[in-house]
Design a protein. Structure first.
Length: 476
């Protein structure tokens, strides 16, 4: 049997064949030896295949040849601001031959775009409304602004936003929609919270204003509790209640005082109380000193102001707890008593001034010359009769006085001012004292008047909307 080994042996029995074979093997070995010994080997520092992210820094680590570290030249640049595959070629010259080796650097974008939602990722929406997209923005490091390519999907109460860049990197964000209304309606009174109406007149409820975050037309759903009997003097409370469609409730109340037109009775009010009232100001040099004295004595007073003097003094009156009331803007008899419209136009002017300074609309007034004045007859017969009733219809309260300090003209002496006041005080009634904070002698008499009152068991109060009106007899 001829095995392959027998045939192999037969083959080499021929010595020429054997010699040729040995020569061939030796030649190969020689070539290999030459390659190993003489052909230079370029060795790359680091990896031959490098992967970098977009905008990463590429550091060239170089290459060397054993025994000749400096002989390697580098060719090729890596730009990491552009995605792609770069070749860095290392060259080495020997025997006039150039030997090369390559490093492959791949710059990739594997980072997803920066996708940001405008607004919260959980949004409360009124149950009766639909969510309106609040917006989003997607910026990719490589592609730039790709907001217009964002894919938005709404499924029930969840919105999915997906942004994909050119390299296929994805960013996904979610927004949750919560259909819920926990916000109460805002109910506010139109008109004043405390109103005064004359018995037997007509009372028109100024009603309320309702603003709600979800519902409109809630004003139609306001429920009113309480009635005003316009024919019966008394204090009435009206409650306004409103419920929105998510059952949030709000309410507000108003007090309506039905009063006698003729509260002219000087004995009304709290007996033994002194209401210091100052007209015609404010005025620099007097009002500020009066305010200092009142502060030091811990006494509150009432200022019936005009357009005169600096705003800062009215601000101080208000800030220091006094009542800022209205006298009229011009204090000119012809201007205010020629017509009803003329009066209210002038009154509104000072009313706006006070509201602008204090933030509060004052409804407490005093007529120039008092309600009993006769000077108005020169301009309009019967105007005080009309005005005294019309101001009440419009919700104002007006106050005259039952003690005059005489400082309006007749007295120019601080001792006389003092005597005029203290000699007329009474414990049996409320004492409304007429003074003028524009007068230096009133300023100089004030401390002594307050001392007298304190030492003789009087108390001092300011006029508020709850103070019973002290009024004089109308003479025109
Ligand atoms: Zn006056």
């Amino acid at each position: 049997m001829n095995s392959w080994f027998d045939r192999f042996k037969d083959f080499f029995k021929n010595k020429y064949v054997l010699i040729s074979f040995i020569v061939l093997v030796l030649s190969f070995f020689l070539v290999f030896l030459v390659y190993v010994v003489f052909v230079p080997k370029i060795i790359i520092n680091g990896k031959e295949k490098v992967v970098l992210q977009y905008n990463d820094k590429y550091s060239e680590n170089g290459a060397y040849v054993l025994g000749d570290d400096d002989g390697v030249e580098i060719e090729g640049k890596v730009d990491t601001s552009k995605i792609g595959e770069y070749e860095v070629v290392y060259k080495y010259k020997k025997f006039g031959i150039t030997f090369t080796k390559k490093r492959i650097v791949e710059v990739k974008d594997e980072k997803g775009p920066d996708l940001v939602l405008t607004g919260e990722d959980e949004v409360n929406v009124c149950p009766n409304r639909d969510y309106e997209e609040e917006g989003y923005k997607s910026v990719d490091e490589y592609d730039g602004d790709i907001t217009d390519q964002v894919v938005v999907n709404r499924e029930d109460d969840q919105i999915t936003y997906i942004s994909t860049d050119k390299s296929g990197n994805k960013t996904t964000v979610f927004r949750k929609i919560v259909k819920e209304d926990n916000v109460k309606p805002v109910i506010t009174l139109k008109g004043n919270s405390v109103m005064y109406v004359v018995v037997g007149s007509k009372f028109t409820d100024p009603s309320v204003k309702v603003v709600d975050n979800c519902d409109s037309n809630l004003e139609e759903k306001v429920v009113t509790e309480g009635n005003v009997d316009i024919n019966k003097v008394g204090k009435y409370t009206i409650k306004y209640k409103v419920i929105d469609s998510s059952n949030n409730t709000s309410e507000v109340t108003r007090v309506v005082n039905v009063v006698n037109k003729n509260t002219t009775n000087s004995s009304r009010g709290i007996p033994g109380v002194i209401y210091l009232t100052f007209d015609d100001g404010p005025n620099s040099g007097t009002t500020n000193v009066i305010l200092d004295i009142l502060k030091e004595e811990g006494v509150k007073a009432t200022f019936f102001v005009t357009m005169r003097g600096p705003d800062s003094l009215i601000k101080r009156e208000f800030d220091e707890g006094h009542t800022v009331a209205l006298h009229t803007a011009s204090h000119n008899y012809k201007t205010v008593y020629t017509s009803v419209d003329g009066y209210f136009k002038d009154l509104n002017k000072v009313s706006n001034r006070v509201e602008k300074i204090t933030g509060v609309k004052s409804m407490i007034i005093r007529f120039p010359g008092g309600s009993s004045n006769t000077v108005s007859r020169h301009y309009n017969i019967g105007i005080m009769t009309t005005l005294t009733s019309e101001v009440l219809n419009r919700g104002y309260r007006y106050y005259d006085w039952n003690i005059s300090s005489g400082d309006a003209g007749e007295t120019k002496n601080k001792d006389k001012v003092y005597a005029n006041v203290v000699n007329n005080l009474s414990k049996k009634r409320a004492n409304v004292v007429l003074m003028h904070d524009i007068k230096p002698y009133t300023r100089d008499a004030l401390r002594k008047i307050i001392k007298y009152g304190k030492e003789n068991g009087y108390t001092f109060e300011r006029i508020t909307m709850d103070t019973p009106m002290v009024t004089q007899r109308v003479n025109n």
